[in-house]
Design a protein around this ligand. Structure first.
Ligand SMILES: Cc1ncc(COP(=O)(O)O)c(C=O)c1O
Length: 350
């Protein structure tokens, strides 16, 4: 099947704007810094998943399914946007979320968990060891009840989902021409690998010179992240219908600001959130976009970019997560020690 003829449901407000970051540029004085506002894609509170879901939901409707079953961490942005897409299209949604133990409950409902509840998603909380069994059981239950469930892997990071970011590259190339700004780099956060896979395929497919710098959402070695993105690219090469020959060398992953682990908070991540808020009035999230911004700032400070280069930070959203980290943010702002670095909802907690 060819890229242009894949089933697609319009869910995102596109194109998202590209804005200058003049104050951050001036402060760091090392490269021209820009932001692509994929936090403004719409669909719940916006974010990168809206682009992926356009293709994934296209497939759901094409296969005549009426329920989606997916999984992720307790405060997942992916779950929020997937639930929103399901509600918009009148479909049922089951979220199997991982936490320290089965049926884990927070004291307060806030951030993404509150949004999941508000959308009436069916939620099951499990420890990671039981995830596969719980997902299979949910699929089986729905089938027995007469529904036609569709399983979506975490982050929508499969070939179809990645098509959303192949499309984003086309969008950026067009904006770059209109704005007469030749972007040299895109800096973004990588987690489950779908965004990275799409971006890397996009620059290859459309013969762009833009270099993709992917920043890990944790401290695991770059090879582990590359090993997530490459199979998605291999799978997508078949869907795209042309041979784009992506190799390991096309994938750059940096992991200097993972903060010890996925979702862990650190002073560095908090400072990245604060610097963007203070200089540009833009809010990023502590889990994904903060490590990417921290890494980008570090690269500028270490003069890894030429001063006249145009660096585009891809803001992939996730801002709702800020509110689940309110206690460490408050501590940092009033000059106290962080109350925790491993979030209570992380399976690594306790
Ligand atoms: C806000 C945000 N940015 C970046 C990512 C990483 O994207 P991907 O999973 O496609 O690597 C995620 C994934 O959940 C996210 O929620």
């Amino acid at each position: 099947m060819k890229f242009g003829s894949l089933p697609r449901v319009r869910l995102a407000n596109l194109p998202t704007p590209i804005q200058e970051m003049p104050n951050l540029t001036k402060l760091l004085d090392g490269a021209k810094l820009w932001v692509k506002r994929d936090d403004l894609t719409g669909l719940a509170l916006g974010g990168n998943k809206a682009r992926k879901l356009e293709y994934l939901m296209g497939d759901v409707l094409d296969k005549d399914c009426n329920y989606v079953v997916t999984h992720a961490g307790f405060h997942s942005n992916w779950c929020t946007q997937t639930a929103a897409a399901c509600r918009k299209l009148g479909l049922g949604i089951v979220l199997v979320k991982t936490a320290p133990h089965d049926n884990w409950e927070p004291e307060n409902w806030d951030a993404n968990h509150l949004l999941h509840k508000l959308m009436g998603a069916e939620i099951e909380v499990t420890k990671p060891d039981n995830l596969r069994t719980k997902l299979d059981a949910q699929m089986e239950r729905l089938r027995k009840e007469g529904y036609r469930p569709y399983y979506m892997p975490v982050g929508g990071s499969v070939a179809l989902g990645a098509m959303g970011y192949v499309n984003a590259i086309l969008e950026i190339i067009n904006q770059s021409q209109e704005m007469e700004v030749p972007f040299d780099y895109i800096v973004h956060c990588t987690g489950s690998g779908g965004t990275q896979a799409g971006l890397v395929m996009g620059v290859k497919a459309f013969n762009s010179e833009i270099k993709i710098i992917s920043v890990a959402d944790d401290s695991s070695p770059p090879e582990e992240h590359i090993a997530k993105a490459l199979p998605i690219i291999k799978e997508a090469e078949n869907i795209l219908g042309f041979n784009i020959k992506v190799t390991n060398e096309d994938l750059t992953v940096l992991n200097d600001f993972g903060g010890g682990g996925y979702g862990f908070i650190s002073e560095e991540k908090i400072n990245a959130v604060k610097i963007l808020a203070e200089t540009e009035g833009i809010f990023i999230d502590p889990v994904y976009t903060a490590p990417a911004v921290a890494q980008m700032i570090d690269l500028v400070k270490k003069k890894k970019f030429r001063k006249d280069s145009n660096v585009l930070f891809l803001h992939t959203g996730g801002t709702a997560a800020l509110f689940s980290y309110k206690d460490p943010f408050k501590a940092n702002i009033i000059g106290e020690k962080l109350p925790w670095t491993i979030p209570p909802w992380s399976p690594k907690s306790g």
